[in-house]
Design a protein around this ligand. Structure first.
Ligand code: DOR
Ligand code: ZN
Length: 335
């Protein structure tokens, strides 16, 4: 059995910088036609100069692969209209992090008061720049995303022309918000379609599945599966593939992030086939994103086939999800 995916897109990807960038970027550019590149470097990308230089390093790291890095800025509420008008030519979106909520987010937003954000949100609305949000409060870890729901509602109601993407949603509550606000969209990761908190901490602690937001309850996973597998047009695949060196994961003070880039398409094919909806993988990994971002990707055909694929124990020192196990689908060819 084979499946052709046209121009798969990863709408939430961490590529890092320097050595790590050179290690991991080719693993995405090999099989994806493009990706939204997260700006949470240290320091984060907040100037156009830094953004252009980072984009150049990303392009160098992928050599001749046909892959478009869709760049993002790290949100600050002092971005004004003139700056954003210039930025629009270089970016696909702006990513907002609450301060300290995850890796390299110390420079994030301190107050979610819409009056503090109004100037920038209005300029983004007018210029048609999507707002991507890491939606967690600093409350109890299992409730953080749900607590942030009222912030999403405030944003959506007060800025109806702003396209807001709830990144890496993990709860039924977030899924339900999609139906309530026209301008709310979401990305969903591979790992949150597979795991619950039990897989992270219910038995022996699995640091390679520890991420932010943390995986939630079975009913949350079911809600995510429902919208992803039905290729609801408001959801897109965003891996949130977040590489950390093995020693930063297998350690006291484990870094948050699941590394899925090199195995994502194979695992998604297996998941969609298991649920009898292989035909919905194309919209989930590409078409929905094109429609939401008004974007025509580089042409790339990925032929997947139902043939065992053994996931290695690591990709140059970075441990992937499903390490040392066999997936039912593999990549046959890319043209
Ligand atoms: O698990 C995560 N890792 N969640 C994030 O939001 C950031 C990411 C990272 O950059 O490591
Ligand atoms: Zn992320």
């Amino acid at each position: 059995m084979e499946l052709i995916i046209n121009s798969p897109l990863d709408m939430h990807l961490h590529l890092r910088d320097a050595d790590m960038l050179n290690k991991v970027a080719p693993l995405s550019s090999h099989s994806f036609a493009g990706a939204i590149i997260m700006p949470n470097l240290a320091p984060p990308i907040t100037s156009l100069q830094a953004l252009k230089e980072y984009k150049k390093r990303v392009q160098e790291s992928i050599a001749d692969d046909r892959f478009e890095p869709l760049m993002t800025l790290f949100f600050r509420n002092d971005y004004d209209f003139a700056f954003l008008q210039e930025a629009k030519r270089h970016i696909s979106a702006i990513k907002l992090y609450p301060t300290g909520i995850t890796t390299n987010s110390e420079g994030g937003v301190k107050s979610m008061d819409i009056e503090d954000l109004r100037q920038t949100f209005e300029a983004m609305s007018e210029l048609g720049i999507p707002l991507l949000v890491h939606g967690e409060t600093n409350g109890f870890v299992m409730d953080r995303e749900k607590e942030f729901g009222s912030v999403y509602e405030q944003f959506a109601k007060n800025f109806p022309k702003l396209k807001i993407v709830m990144e890496h949603i993990t709860t039924k509550h977030s899924v339900d918000l999609l139906d309530r606000y026209e301008n709310l969209y979401a990305t969903i990761t591979l790992h949150h379609l597979h795991i619950t908190l039990d897989d992270v901490a219910g038995g022996m602690l699995n640091p390679h599945l520890f991420c932010k937001p943390i995986a939630k309850r079975p009913q949350d996973k079911e809600a995510l599966l429902r919208v992803a597998l039905s290729a609801n047009p408001k959801v897109m695949f965003g891996s949130d593939s977040a590489p950390h060196p093995r020693d930063k994961k297998e350690s006291c003070g484990c870094a948050a992030g699941v590394f899925t880039a090199p195995i994502a398409l194979q695992a998604l094919a297996a998941l969609f086939e298991k649920h009898g909806v292989l035909q919905n993988l194309q919209p989930f990994v590409s078409d929905n994103a094109r429609a939401i971002y008004y974007f025509e990707p580089i042409k790339k055909e990925v032929i997947l086939e139902k043939k065992p694929f053994f996931v290695p124990s690591s990709y140059r020192g970075v441990v992937p999800m499903f390490a040392n196990s066999t997936l039912d689908w593999s990549i046959k060819n890319i043209t």
